[in-house]
Design a protein around this ligand. Sequence first.
Ligand code: KPL
Length: 305
Amino acid sequence: MMEWTILGAGALGCVIAGQLHQKGEQVGFMLSERHRGHFHPKLDLITLSGSHQLINSQPRFPEHSRKVECLLVFTKAYNVLDALKELRHLPKSTPVILFNNGMGLTEQVKALLPDNPLLAGVCNHGAMKEQDWLVRHTGKGETWLGPLNEAGKAWAHLVKPLAAALGHTEWGDDIALHQRRKLAVNAVMNPLTACNNISNGQLLEPRFSEVLEQLTDEVYQVIARLDGNDAETKEAYRRRLHQVIEQTATNSSSMQQDLACGRKTEIDYISGYMLTHADGLPVPVSQQLYDEIKKREDSMQRPAP
Ligand code: KPL
């Protein structure tokens, strides 16, 4: 049986590992040096029903990369390239599936791994990390899988085991379209919740209604132009966005958590991607939020005077 190797033991990576494991799939975590020697072999997954599931997964380190059969990448977007570079012995035949948040990495990953089958996964499940190796599955959502290069097209059969573990999972020939659909939600929710240090649901408070409306408009214009004929209507987008806000109301967005904990954020791959593709469309609110988050990241990196 094929083993799924998870790179990036964040909230979503752990939830997907747990779901696959529950269905009898073999799962291993590719770990970084900081885990060597003190790896906690058991992942504690709090399922949607609130029960705890202890999952024994195999720890793997970069020297084991020649044995990797299928790599699922959940690393933060800004770490993806460095994390992949460490896997020097990864076989050229191993499919690599990028599940990271945001967009803008495809060309660089293609250049780094020119022979591997490359795919992207867009996963809308909710996950929260409560502690290292203690994660909570907070909501179900659709998952899409699709090719990023020619070799990736031969791996559509991975949808079946993923669907068995995650529920609704589909193959999408145009996976960038699904990546943009997710980006359109993240480009509104993540920077607004992070800058204001609020939970997702607080976005619906009257004090944010104007900025939410302006940002939604900006993001829609940019994404709709990229989508071309496949663009969803503005009404459908607004409905989808509000549904995610409501379904994740008590959660904190990944960017809010990163900023509140003094970590780097994925702003360059979310709002940054939007700004680079605005191509003359007015995006003042996105620009202002982007600048503010970059300023806060910079001040975190500078030692206090
Ligand atoms: O994907 C998310 C994130 O936090 O990155 C959202 C949809 C905002 C849910 O929290």
